[in-house]
Design a binder for this molecule. Structure first.
Ligand code: FA5
Length: 339
């Protein structure tokens, strides 16, 4: 309560309306309400002051004060609505439309070579093979010599080689290269371990090829090697037969034909029957006695089999890919077809 003389309701109303126009936020509106219409607000005080007026003035002053208060309340409500509408409009501009379809965040995928190599690895792991990896920059000694391919051996022509200039022998000949196959790991593994050995070796290989639909200069191979007492060609056949059935289906037929690789004897290539055709998928054979000997094994005690396959060629069969060059072209339209 205040003892101050009653103020002019109309003057306060006009000042209040003026201030209300300048209040531009919900907080400013609330401050305005407290100032004019709150418990001790200025208009509230005018109304209370009416009681102190002489009786003959009360009725008119009371009516004027009540009317002024009603005007202020009404205008406050309008102003509140205006500010809320402006706020909603502003929000609307930045609002998130939850009905829009989401922007896709594409997941990465495995490369088809990786998919096929993992599948092959899983099959051989299931048959008790370990998985090993070896260097892509290799010595002539492992890539050729220990595999029964001495210098000047014509079989070197089977492998168009990227030679490296890093090391030369005393005659100036190259001694290092990008491995042309995963077979050097046969020699490395036998040199470092004693039988029994059952291992597969996935990895990159390089050949100085004129590339075409079935030849890339970089590709993968998966080498297989089993060495023990009493390993026979029947073990090789059985292992590869089981592999083919798991990889290509339980009805898959396989065919072996004689082939020549200096590091096996006898040597074969294996084909599978695929959509009515026989397609070669790997080279294999019994580890040559010279290779066992070079690694320090006695070929009269130990025998072994080895094979080498190209996962890109296998992926081409499985997925119907018509050109090996797609694998390294890095075209996402090709790559996103595989998962
Ligand atoms: C070899 O490389 C032998 N080391 C395989 C082997 C291992 C035989 C153990 C006996 C015992 P070959 O050159 O055929 O063999 O290659 C084997 C596989 O590698 C081929 O069947 C093919 O699938 C793949 N391959 C070879 N060259 C290329 C190439 N340029 N592009 C893509 N894949 C290739």
């Amino acid at each position: 309560m205040t003892d101050a003389p009653p103020q002019d309701a109309a003057a306060i109303r006009d000042a209040a309306l003026d201030a209300l126009e300048r209040a531009g936020s919900a907080d400013a509106l609330e401050a305005w309400r407290v100032e004019y219409l709150g418990r001790s607000g200025r208009m509230t005080q005018v109304l209370r002051g009416v009681a102190q007026l002489p009786p003959d003035e009360r009725r008119a002053a009371g009516a004027a004060a009540n009317e002024a208060k009603t005007v202020l309340e009404q205008r406050l409500a309008d102003r509140r609505a205006e500010i809320e509408a402006a706020l909603a409009e502003g929000l609307g501009a930045d609002a998130i439309d939850v009905t829009l379809p989401g922007r896709p965040a594409p997941n990465g995928r495995y490369h088809p070579s990786t998919i096929v190599m993992r599948e092959i690895e899983a099959i051989f792991r299931g048959m008790g093979f370990q998985v090993a990896e070896g260097p892509e920059v290799e010595w002539d000694r492992y890539n050729f010599e220990m595999l029964n391919i001495p210098k000047d051996h014509p079989a070197r022509d089977m492998f168009d080689t990227f030679w490296l200039d890093a090391n030369r022998d005393p005659d100036g000949g190259f001694t290092t290269l990008l491995r042309t196959h995963t077979s050097p790991m046969q020699a490395r593994i036998m040199e470092a371990h004693q039988p029994p050995i059952r291992v597969i070796v996935p990895g990159k290989c390089y050949r100085y090829e004129a590339t075409d639909a079935t030849h890339e200069s970089q590709f993968h191979q998966i080498e297989g090697l089993a060495v023990d007492k009493g390993i026979t060609f029947a073990n090789l056949k059985h292992t590869l037969f089981q592999f083919a059935r798991q990889m290509f289906g339980p009805e898959t037929r396989i065919r072996f034909r004689c082939d020549y690789f200096p590091f096996v004897e006898p040597g074969v290539d294996m084909a599978i029957e695929w959509r009515g055709d026989w397609l070669e998928i790997l080279g294999a054979g019994m580890v040559h006695p010279n290779v066992l000997r070079a690694a320090g094994y006695d070929p009269d005690v130990y025998t072994g089999f080895a094979f080498g396959m190209g996962p890109e060629r296998i992926a081409m069969l499985k997925y119907g890919i018509n050109d090996v060059r797609h694998f390294l072209a890095n075209d996402v339209r090709f790559l996103r077809q595989f998962r």
